[in-house]
Design a protein around this ligand. Sequence first.
Ligand SMILES: N[C@@H](CCC(=O)N[C@@H](CS)C(=O)NCC(=O)O)C(=O)O
Length: 210
Amino acid sequence: MKLYELAITPNAKRVNIFLNEMGIEIERVVVNVRAGENLNPEFKSKSINGRIPLLELDDGQTLCESVAICRYFDELNPSEQSLFGNTPLEKAQIEMWQRICELQGLNYATQAFRNITQVYQDRERCVAAWGHESRLRVIEFLPTLEKQLRQQAYIAGERFTIADITAYTFITMLPRLEISLDEKFTHLLAWITKVEQRPAIIAVNSALPA
Ligand SMILES: N[C@@H](CCC(=O)N[C@@H](CS)C(=O)NCC(=O)O)C(=O)O
């Protein structure tokens, strides 16, 4: 199997944290999306969404979408402490929070970054007003995480899950949007400190350029 990725990008980071948590080693192929390497016909023929991360199986089948890739590895390696949950209720709660963090956090952060910086103007229409609106929606979402972490240790309950991975990836985008967390966010800040001590996250962060 091969993982096509660029470590610095948020969605590659999600999959890399997940793989580290599971202790899975896999061959990587660097695709420099900033330079447009994902736009060439060879990559497009492999990737349904045209983006990274992309997992290529040994028989040539491919999977894109970060969470689908993580779920595939989770199913291949059953665990009593699955990052996707084990009981019906836990699975549903983790799925719910994963989607909340993705739809109300990470996606808006991505839209803000892409449309304000216009970093991908070679391949998409950039709308500055949408970027600024998305940034405001990011700011409006942060109290939801603070409230949740005031009540429990991790985003979807009392243990670290895929919801924390998506939430952490989202949080790492805040500096790029010039959003900082002040003392109102005590629990969120404490959670960041805690998850940044996990070997899986230390390994991902230490592999990135300073
Ligand atoms: N929903 C997708 C998003 C994938 C995505 O947007 N990847 C970015 C890097 S984080 C990318 O490939 N960007 C290059 C481009 O848009 O051309 C996922 O979860 O994998």
